[in-house]
Ligand binder design. Structure first.
Ligand SMILES: [Zn+2]
Length: 81
């Protein structure tokens, strides 16, 4: 009896985990607007890709900069010179 309860619990756990995983996959496929979004590499705020400047650093790393970070970087370099 104990064994069958454990077996059912085990199966239920596997089912729950696979359901959660499946839902995550569905959600990824259902959100094409999220594919258009990217986080600013400086302030980590999420923006639409059209609002960000993209720069490739090195061979593989791509950095994104939002307008307010670019302005603050601009002000920083201006104040230095
Ligand atoms: Zn930013």
């Amino acid at each position: 009896m104990t064994f069958s309860i454990l077996a059912i619990l085990f199966l239920a756990t596997i089912l729950a985990v696979s359901l959660v995983g499946f839902r995550a996959i569905i959600r990824q496929g259902k959100a094409p607007e999220d594919a258009n979004k990217e986080k600013c590499s400086v302030c980590r705020t999420q923006y639409n890709k059209s609002q960000l400047i993209e720069r490739e650093v090195g061979d593989y790393r791509v950095l994104h900069f939002c307008q307010s970070c670019i302005i603050s970087l601009h002000n920083e370099i201006i104040s230095k010179n």
